[in-house]
Design a binder for this molecule. Structure first.
Ligand code: TXA
Ligand code: MG
Length: 346
C-alpha cells in the first residue's frame, strides 16, 4: 500500500498515477481523487475487477456504479444513443460533477449496472482522475471510496480509515473541491430528471435545457416512494451518534441543546461560522460560512466524520436553504439524519 503526496504527483509527471494505472490493468481496485469525493476505481469492463469494488465497500449488489471516462469515444463505447439532452448537458458540464444515465449498449456488465438496462457515466474534472483513466486506457467504475453507509471521503485519510488493507492503493490528491457527489441525471428521455442532487445545481441545468424534473422520491421526507437511483434508498453518510436537523432560530437550537444536556446527554452541534460562538454545547464544529454554501458542501462529510472522534451521544445540525448547492447539502444531511428533523413551530 502506498500513499502519494499531491505535489509529488505533479512535479514528477505522475509516476504514481502510472503505478496506479498498472494496478488497474491487473484488475485491482485503487482509490483516486475527483473534484467531488474520492472514488474507488476498477476496470468497468471486467466483472472480476468490478466485484472487488462491491466487496471492499460492503456495497449491496443492487446499487449500480458510475463509469468514469476521459473522452467521448469511451461514451460511445458504453451507449447506443446519446440523446439531445445528454449531448447538451455533457457539452456544458463535462468534465464536471454531472453523471448522466443513458440506455446501455448490449454487453455492458449486469454487475456494474445492477441488472438495469441503463448505465451511469461521468467525466470528472480532476487532473489526477483524468490522467489515471488515460494512462490505464480503461473506463473506471467508481463509487465513492467509503465503506457503505459512511460519509463519502473528501481526504485520502478518510479512504484509509475505511478501506486500509482492503484495496491495492490510494492516490492522494489532497482535499477534493466540491465535497459532495455529482448530480445524477436521467437523460434517457426528452426531459432530464434529477435522481440525486449534487455538484451541478438544478438551476444550472435549467439554464441549459429548460425544464428539469426531480425524482419525486427525493422530495418526500419519508422514504415512502422508491427512488429511481437505487443508492438513494440506503441510510448514508451517517456519523455514529444519532443526528437531528433543527429547523428554527439559533435560540431554538440552543433550547433543544440545553434540553438534551439536562437529560444527561453529551451534545454536539454542527454549526456555521456565523453561529459557532453563540451556541453552547459540549462539541460545536463549524462546517463553513452561510455566506457561501459551497464552503458548507466542501466540509460537510469531514465534519460528520469528525464527530466520530468525539464522545458525543447526539448531534444537532443547523439547516440550510434548499437553493443552489443547498439542495444537495440538505439531501445529504437528511439522509445522514435518517430524516429526523426537529422543527420550532411543531
Ligand atoms: O461524485 C460522484 O458521483 C462520486 C465520484 C467518485 O465520482 N461517485 C459516487 O458514486 O458518488 P456512488 O456509487 O457513491 O453513487 C452512485 C449513485 C448511486 O446513488 C447509484 O444508485 C446511482 O448513482 N446510479 C448508478 N447507476 C445508475 C443507473 N443506471 N440508474 C440510476 N441510478 C444509478
Ligand atoms: Mg456513495
Amino acid at each position: 500500500k502506498w500513499i502519494v503526496d499531491k505535489n509529488k504527483v505533479k512535479t514528477e509527471s505522475y509516476p504514481h498515477v502510472q503505478q496506479a494505472a498498472a494496478l488497474l490493468q491487473q484488475d485491482e481496485v485503487v482509490a483516486f481523487p475527483t473534484e467531488t469525493v474520492y472514488g474507488l476505481g476498477a476496470n468497468a469492463l471486467k466483472d472480476s475487477a468490478v466485484a472487488k469494488i462491491f466487496k471492499a465497500k460492503g456495497r449491496p449488489s443492487d446499487n449500480p456504479l458510475i463509469v468514469h471516462i476521459s473522452n467521448q469515444q469511451q461514451l460511445i463505447n458504453l451507449v447506443d444513443n446519446i440523446t439531445p439532452v445528454a449531448k447538451k448537458l455533457t457539452e456544458t458540464f463535462w468534465p464536471g460533477p454531472l453523471t448522466i444515465i443513458l440506455k446501455k449498449k448490449a454487453g455492458i456488465s449486469e454487475l456494474l449496472t445492477a441488472g438495469l438496462d441503463t448505465v451511469a457515466i461521468r467525466m470528472p474534472d480532476h487532473e489526477i482522475a483524468l490522467a489515471l483513466i488515460e494512462e490505464s486506457g480503461l473506463p473506471l467504475a467508481a463509487p465513492s471510496a467509503n465503506l457503505s453507509g459512511k460519509p463519502s471521503p473528501t481526504l485520502a485519510k478518510h479512504v484509509e480509515e475505511d478501506l486500509n488493507g482492503k484495496i491495492a492503493g490510494i492516490v492522494d490528491g489532497g482535499a477534493t473541491g466540491v465535497g459532495l457527489e455529482s448530480t445524477v441525471v436521467d437523460c434517457t428521455g426528452d426531459i432530464p430528471v434529477i435522481f440525486r442532487p449534487g455538484g451541478v445545481t438544478k438551476e444550472q441545468l435549467e439554464k441549459v435545457v429548460g425544464r428539469v424534473d426531480v425524482d419525486p422520491a427525493l422530495e418526500k421526507e419519508e422514504a415512502s416512494l422508491k427512488p429511481k437511483s437505487p443508492g438513494m434508498k440506503y441510510t448514508h453518510y451517517a456519523p455514529v451518534a444519532p443526528l437531528y436537523i433543527v429547523e428554527g432560530s439559533p435560540q431554538y437550537l440552543q433550547h433543544v441543546v440545553d434540553k438534551a444536556r439536562k437529560d444527561g446527554k453529551i451534545v454536539g452541534v454542527l454549526s456555521t461560522d456565523e453561529q459557532i460562538d453563540r451556541i453552547k454545547a459540549d462539541v460545536v464544529l463549524t462546517v463553513g460560512t452561510r455566506k457561501d454554501l459551497h464552503t458548507i458542501a466542501a466540509h460537510l462529510y469531514e465534519v460528520l466524520r469528525a464527530f466520530n472522534e468525539t464522545s458525543v451521544d447526539i448531534i444537532f445540525s443547523e439547516s440550510f436553504p434548499q437553493v443552489g448547492v443547498g439542495a444537495a447539502i440538505m439531501n445529504r444531511l437528511q439522509k445522514a439524519a435518517g430524516h429526523k428533523i426537529v422543527k420550532e413551530n411543531e
